[in-house]
Every structure is written in structure tokens, then in C-alpha cells.
Design a protein around this ligand. Sequence first.
Ligand SMILES: *Cc1c(COP(=O)(O)O)cnc(C)c1O
Ligand SMILES: [Zn+2]
Length: 424
Amino acid sequence: MNKVLGLKCKECGEAYEAGGSHVCDLCFGPLEVALDYDYIKSIISREKIEGGPISLWRYVDLLPVDSGWDPNVRVGFTPLQHAPRLGAAIGLKNLYVKNDSVNPTYSFKDRPVAIAVTKARELGYTVFACASTGNLASAVAAAGMKAGLETYVFLPADVEAGKITNAAVYGANLIAVNGTYDQLNRLCSEISDEEDWAFCNINVRPYYAEGSKTLAYETVEQLGWLAPDHVVVPIASGALYTKIAQGFREMVDVGLISNQSVRISGAQAEGCGPVAAAFAAGEQSFEPVRQPDTIAKSLAIGNPADGNYSLAVARQTNGVIESVTDAETVEGIKLLARTEGIFTEAAGGVTIATLRKLAQSGDIGVDELTVAYVTGNGLKTQEAVDGHVSVSVTIDPTMGSFEDAMDSRQQADMVWSAPQVTTG
Ligand SMILES: *Cc1c(COP(=O)(O)O)cnc(C)c1O
Ligand SMILES: [Zn+2]
């Protein structure tokens, strides 16, 4: 018996062996991993998971790898933080933040990459690679180099400086491309036709994508084996969004919880919101965005591979996919920081701003047990808040100077950095 049945076409259902392929020969649809849920149900239990490693590997029975994973790198099992102050600020009574900005390379991308690098080695690849909007670059560089694989990372030349440094430091081959993510992704597809490389988000994408399911598993376990009512997830390619939906379903399929009806809402930036635009228009499929224009560069995919599947998930789960402006995104970053002490990157700002918008519109009910997925760390995109945050005042190292500053603060009616949040 084996937990992995093979690969399966998402469009026509054709079955394939579990190798390094990602496209259906019959209909060119994308392939995904097919798991044997009955078998997994017979070997999995809450107790077994709770006794497992403090990382995403505690769910290895639900992941498409055999055994060669690196137990030394702690990916996943990140904090699910109760967020009463943020909740009070936006009018939600039962809010949690899943803080995935504390993974080894500071974004959730360490999760899918952990699966991809393990599978790449199982399949005998010696070169590990990716096309990245920024965060995937550092995750692949770190994991590939640590695994001793030759590693190539492609990313847009105009990503944030912090993302370049964070990717370059691991010593992988870092190739900056003058163009949009969609252009460099096309280039990487051509390279992967020529070279026998394991490209995370191309030929090993079916395995890679599975890693994101663990965010749903952890949420359920950390809530005491309970599914939330509503979650808000950022959308770039839509892989994370659709895989979180799958993760909640699987918790029921393998008997770990008895039912779930999680509403899965999605967050995009207005300057690159093809899925949100299609959702608003009631369409089944999206129109690609040719020139993304947003500070949320990690979400700037104009032609998302899982965009149409995301639309289907939103409809099936009674979720909403919304977009927010860059100004709202900056507000989202600051709001999360001052209420819950978490500094997130622009993508997290998009998520929090969307959460707020959906709370205000009533799309998220006041009492719904809601989880917002904060997927990346603010130190990587400091540009996003340049000019929006600063020191309150600069003084000389004397009591006199300090007292003058305090006086002028009182006269100016507390204009330093007046807290704009009231909590109940
Ligand atoms: C990549 C990324 C996402 C979205 O990922 P997809 O699976 O492509 O939709 C969200 N947040 C951050 C910080 C990311 O880097
Ligand atoms: Zn097919």
C-alpha cells in the first residue's frame, strides 16, 4: 500500500505515474498529486500527529514524499495567534492570525519548497530551480544549497532590495531578469524543456503545491481539531489559496475532523487583481493583467496558473475574492503591526486590508471564527512603508531636551504617532 496513487489531470482526470511531469498529454491540463485517502485514514491519527516533529513533517502521511526529508530545518508549525486587538479595530470578535512570516526564510514559501526539494532528490534530480516573484527565490536558494543541489533562481530585476539580498546570501546562482514575472516564468518553461532540472513551480509543481496544504492542517490542529468558519488568503498564482481549501477538505477525508464548511476568501492587490476582477464580474475565468502595478510584488502574477480554480473554490465555499489599493495595503501593514505586534510584508498588508474590507462590508460575520494568513515578513519589503513610518522626534541626550520634546508633544495635542486604534 502507498499513500500516493500517482498524478492526475485536474481537467480530464487521466492518471499518470508519480514522476517529474506536470502537464496532461491528452488535454494539456495541469497535473496534481492523487492520494489514497482510505489508506491514509487507516494509518493517521490525531495522537500520531501530535507526537510528531514540531514542523510540517508531522503531517508527512498527507504529503507526497517517502522519507528523505531534512529533519533539521524547522519549516512550518508557525504560531496561530489570537488577534483580539486587530479584531476590535475592524469589528470581528473571533479573529486569529496565522503568522507564517517566521519560517526559515521568512515566508510561507518554505513549505512548498520543503516538499519540492525532498521530491526532487527522490526523483534523482541534481539541479533545483525556480521562477520567483521574490520570496520563492530565498526559499529555493536556502533549501537547494543546504541539500547540496546545484541551484538556480530566477527573479524580476525590480524586486525589493531585501528580497535580492535574502536570496543571494545562500550562494545559489541568482539570475535577475528584466521583465515581469510572467515573462520570466515563460522563459523558465522554455529552459525546463531543454534542461533536466527540477523547477519548483514548473515540472515539480504538483509536489511543490502540496506543501501549502499544511497551513490548513496546522490551523485545524491549533484550534483544537476544529475548522475555522472563514479564512482570508492572499492570491498570486492561486496555488496557496486552492491548496488551503484542499487541506481543509482532506482533514475530513482522512477522518481527523468530522465536518468543515470553511468559507475561503481571497486577497489581491488592485494593481494586479485578475482573479478579484473576474470574481466581481461573476466570470468563470479571468483576464490576464499584462503590466502589474502594485507594491505587493510577491503577489504580482498577471496570469495566475490556478486563477480559474481559485474562482471555483470561492464560489463553492461561499467566499469572496477582493482587491485593495496600495494605500490600503500600507494601512494594513501598520494596522497589524500596532495591534498585534507583527510586521508583515506588502502581501500581508493586502491580506489584512482585504480582511478589514470584508469585515466592514459584512462579508465576514462579526462572530465568525476567522483566520487571516500572514505569509511573509516585513523586513523583506521595507520600501513598502518608506515615508509612512518614522521616528517620533529626535532629541539631544539631556533631560532638558527630552522635557522640551514632551512639552511640544502635549502642545501639538499628541501628534507624534497618535494611536488610531480603539480597542474594546
Ligand atoms: C507567493 C506568495 C503568496 C501567494 O502564493 P501563490 O501560491 O502563488 O498564490 C502569498 N504571499 C506571499 C508572501 C508570497 O510570497
Ligand atoms: Zn487531461
